[in-house]
Design a protein around this ligand. Sequence first.
Ligand SMILES: [Fe+2]
Length: 272
Amino acid sequence: MKELSKYLIAVDGGLKNGEITTEVPYEEVMRLVNEPNIVIVKNIFPEETLKNAIDATLEWSKKVPLNEEQDDFVSNSHKRRLHIAKIQQAPQLFHDHTFDNLLNLEEPYKSAILAIFDPIRKFWNGLTGNSEEFGHKKGQPYLHPQITHYPMGGSFFGRHWHPLNPQKVGLITALNKYGRDYHSGGTGYVINDTIIETEGFQDIGDMILFRYDLPHWVSPSSFADRFSWDDPRGRWVAILPFYDPWGTPAEKDEPQGWKTQITTATKAPAAV
Ligand SMILES: [Fe+2]
């Protein structure tokens, strides 16, 4: 383990027989997340697996028309998000690909995308004590695997948060390489009035873990580049939200009480 900056901890990771490994037990990882800290699990996925997932997503998205309608939360669909979220007023500009029917996606896309999401699903189950499979469930939370593309030239996601439960821990996997495939933009957080920017710290194949009710955002890709929805360059990430789309949304006020809840995170963990 290594403390990269205040509240930002790197943990060595890996992938063995389709399962994500961490240098400390999952319970210890969750203790660090809940303290709270932002935890980066390093080097989980090989580059080839990640590239296959991006290529499959791109190829699939060229065959399937953009979703211009309301989300139905049961299909595989992709959408250009450009709006201000109704309740939280968070502005956003990115292209998401949500595989709410992943197990029925056609091959070879399904295998390429499951190669990252199956380990992520098992990891989240292991961290949270769940045993969720993919597939929608009416009236209950279910998994919404999503691959998000932040194009060059001004994509971003404004400060927002989520209810802590039932997700507990948010997971963001970097599918491509900072400094080579894109050169600006990353997820930021605030803990106890301290801003934690992960841009430059999360490399390809690393996964960020964060307590799900922490306010967070995605800093913009540089405006020095020309923006184009059709340019596949830019930052690509995979996330695995778990929620009931017909349930109660997060409130408009940010979660309160952080300063009183934090008792141990002010003690910096020993760098190893
Ligand atoms: Fe979020």
